[in-house]
Design a protein around this ligand. Structure first.
Ligand code: ZN
Length: 156
């Protein structure tokens, strides 16, 4: 499957996650064309500020493979990973990282707020200057999870 197809799957997962009370993010870890770990943002559901989609997907992938070495795996995330998840990705030696929606896009288009996240992001190197390639892929529905989140905030 092409990178965009894997990312489209994470976008669908993120939209469904918002509908069931979670945050607008999802991630998968893929190895040899198979999903070995999945995660959706569960911070409010679990009352755990570290329950980010990417972190949960990495944990599940490591448990599945019984290893902490994901160097032959790809991490796909519906939204641009935060520094914590990037740190977990580096600790797991994940080979490549692809994401669909940039932080700035989510903020500008839907007002998705995360000042702490933006602060961290501003401290990082540009994606193409990092040791692990960190690449945004243009996906048609990348903003869908954030539009879904926007609907939930309008109802309050
Ligand atoms: Zn994160």
């Amino acid at each position: 499957m092409a990178h965009e197809q894997w990312l489209s799957l994470t976008i669908e997962m993120a939209v469904d996650n918002v509908k069931s009370g979670g945050g607008p993010f999802a991630a998968i870890v893929v190895r040899d064309g198979n999903i070995i770990g999945k995660g959706t943002n569960q911070i409010h559901v679990l009352h755990d500020p570290s329950a980010h989609a990417e972190l949960l997907a990495i944990r599940e992938a490591c448990a599945t493979l019984q290893t902490i070495d994901l160097s032959d795996c790809i991490l796909y995330a519906s939204g641009e990973p935060c520094p914590m998840c990037l740190g977990a990705a580096y600790w797991s030696s994940v080979g490549q990282i692809y994401y669909a929606c940039g932080k700035q896009d989510a903020l500008e288009e839907t007002g998705f707020p995360n000042p702490l996240d933006r602060y961290f992001t501003d401290q990082k190197l540009p994606g193409d200057h990092r040791l692990v390639p960190f690449i945004q892929v243009t996906c048609q529905h990348a903003l869908a999870p954030f539009y879904e989140w926007q609907k939930t905030t309008e109802q309050k």
